[in-house]
Design a protein around this ligand. Structure first.
Ligand code: IYR
Length: 236
């Protein structure tokens, strides 16, 4: 198996088992600057909206690459970095993804989801049609690597894969938003079709299909509210 096709090469630290440490480089901020940065980041993130109406305007590949590099700095179980980000720009691939996703969504919306789930979604105004999968300039299929490959080809167990991939995906969404792009965390279910289209091995499981681009000029978003701090933070 070529290196690129391996679920993950395990060259992610010093010689296995060796404890090697170095001094931490840490930027200590004065209290005022801490508060200012924390509030500025909150304000930035509060301006993020999940978008479903995308413009077809191209987005430079370098911006996508830098955002994925930022995602790759996320913490992960045993620093195994059990993720792959497949960036899709090719029109034929996007069409194939749309066709497969819409087939799943048709089943979902015509009964598979069940009444309770469809009720919970109603305020978002979503349906089985996913034109944005072809309109948006980039789709990023995010895969978790359930296991990796040792140099001798044997399987290496990965730890906390969903948590690690979830954190990296959060970094990615924040990086793209901070770069001035809109995203949609799309989750057609099941997503097994993405392995074939993206050429990823059996060790990998698609978790999210991130749609990335500029919003359409007339984009609409649902009226929603985020829970206030006192409902989500508990201080002991
Ligand atoms: N995957 C479907 C349904 C859907 C499910 C949830 I949970 C959402 O927050 C939004 C949509 C779709 O994309 O339409």
């Amino acid at each position: 198996m070529a290196q690129d096709d391996a679920a993950g090469s395990e060259d992610i630290g010093p010689l296995s088992g060796a404890a090697l440490h170095e001094p931490l480089r840490f930027e200590r901020l004065p209290p005022d600057a801490m508060a200012e940065r924390a509030l500025a980041f909150e304000a930035l993130m509060r301006r993020r909206r999940t978008v479903r109406d995308f413009s077809s305007e191209p987005v430079p590949r370098d911006v996508i690459a830098a955002a994925i590099a930022a995602a790759g700095t996320a913490p992960s179980g045993a620093n195994q970095q059990p993720w792959s980000f497949v960036c899709i720009q090719d029109a034929a691939k996007k069409r194939a993804i749309r066709e497969a996703a819409e087939a799943e969504e048709k089943a979902f919306y015509s009964g598979k989801a069940g009444a309770e789930w469809l009720d919970a979604l109603r305020h978002l105004g979503t349906d089985w049609e996913k034109p944005f999968l072809e309109t948006a300039p980039w789709l990023i299929a995010i895969f978790g690597q359930r296991w990796g490959a040792a140099p001798d080809g044997s399987k290496v167990k990965h730890y906390y894969v969903p948590e690690s991939v979830g954190i990296a995906t959060g970094f990615l969404i924040a990086a793209l938003h901070s770069a001035g792009l809109a995203t949609l965390t799309h989750t057609p279910s099941p997503m097994g079709f993405l392995n074939g289209i993206c050429g990823r091995p059996e060790a990998e499981k698609a978790t999210i299909l991130l749609v990335v681009g500029y919003p359409a000029v007339d984009a609409q978003v649902p009226v929603i509210a985020k829970k206030p701090l006192d409902q989500i933070a508990h201080w002991l």
